[in-house]
Design a protein around this ligand. Structure first.
Ligand SMILES: O=C(CO)[C@H](O)[C@H](O)COP(=O)(O)O
Length: 234
């Protein structure tokens, strides 16, 4: 089987497994990206079969997809607590530290994750890493502050690059109207310290390090699907 379709099959298997964490009456956080989208499609099938849930989406794309499938959408004015959220990740590192935001949705994803009783990651096994940072860390920045934040991030050892829109129209603009800096580094040795340093930079709206948020990860690969807990990842 070509690698791309094996990876796709793994994403689907992880998404399928995640359905067991959704219970009737739940408010469900809907993640972003290809794996989360597969979960939303499967959830839509369950809703068509009669499952009663409501979704809170972590991106406009996910909300549009959910609505097109008949998943009722709610928001934080009606529900401040999400029972369970299912989302993807770009890297899954020690103690289930995560890099997210490859799809550009990290701010709303982190808001959803922060409001969850259970935050569950779905991913293929290529996302597991011994140390975070091979994937460039996305950082969402207020547009006028980009040159200032860029300089501070370089002081921290990052090489930031402004993300470009896929359609060639210029800078990628987030759902909240901000710029994303994709920051390469030689590796993130201490994610907690790095997160605190980035957060202290005025003009940074949010960063893609999700620390201490995920309860478990559903990981799929050629050997099947397994659940991984933070304590399993040293
Ligand atoms: O953080 C994200 C979007 O901002 C995604 O969850 C992450 O990029 C993983 O995506 P995929 O499931 O397509 O590999």
């Amino acid at each position: 089987m070509p690698e791309a379709s094996a990876q796709q099959a793994a994403k689907l298997a992880a998404a399928q497994h995640a359905l067991r964490y959704v219970e009737p009456g739940n408010v469900v956080g809907l993640g972003s990206g290809s794996t989360a989208s597969l979960f939303i499609q499967l959830l839509g099938e369950r809703v068509k079969q009669g499952l009663r849930i409501q979704g809170i989406a972590s991106s406009q794309d996910s909300e549009n997809l959910a609505r097109s499938l008949g998943i009722p959408i709610t928001d934080f004015t009606k529900h401040q607590v999400i029972d369970v959220a299912i989302d993807g990740a770009d890297e899954i590192g020690p103690a289930m530290s995560l890099i997210k935001g490859g799809g550009g949705k990290l701010l709303r994803e982190k808001i959803v994750a922060s409001a969850c009783k259970r935050f569950i990651i779905v991913a293929d096994d290529t996302k597991l890493v011994a140390q975070l940072g091979a994937f460039p860390l996305p950082i969402e920045v207020i547009p006028m502050a980009v040159p200032l934040v860029d300089a501070r991030l370089r002081d921290l050892g990052f090489t930031p690059k402004i993300r470009q829109a896929k359609d060639g129209s210029g800078n990628y603009i987030t759902d909240e109207g901000n710029i994303l800096l994709d920051c390469t580094s030689s590796g993130i040795v201490d994610p907690e310290e790095t997160a605190a340093e980035i957060r202290s930079i005025i003009g940074v709206v949010e960063h893609g390090l999700f620390l201490g948020m995920a309860e478990r990860a559903i990981i799929a690969g050629e050997d099947g699907v397994r659940e991984v807990m933070p304590s399993d990842l040293s």
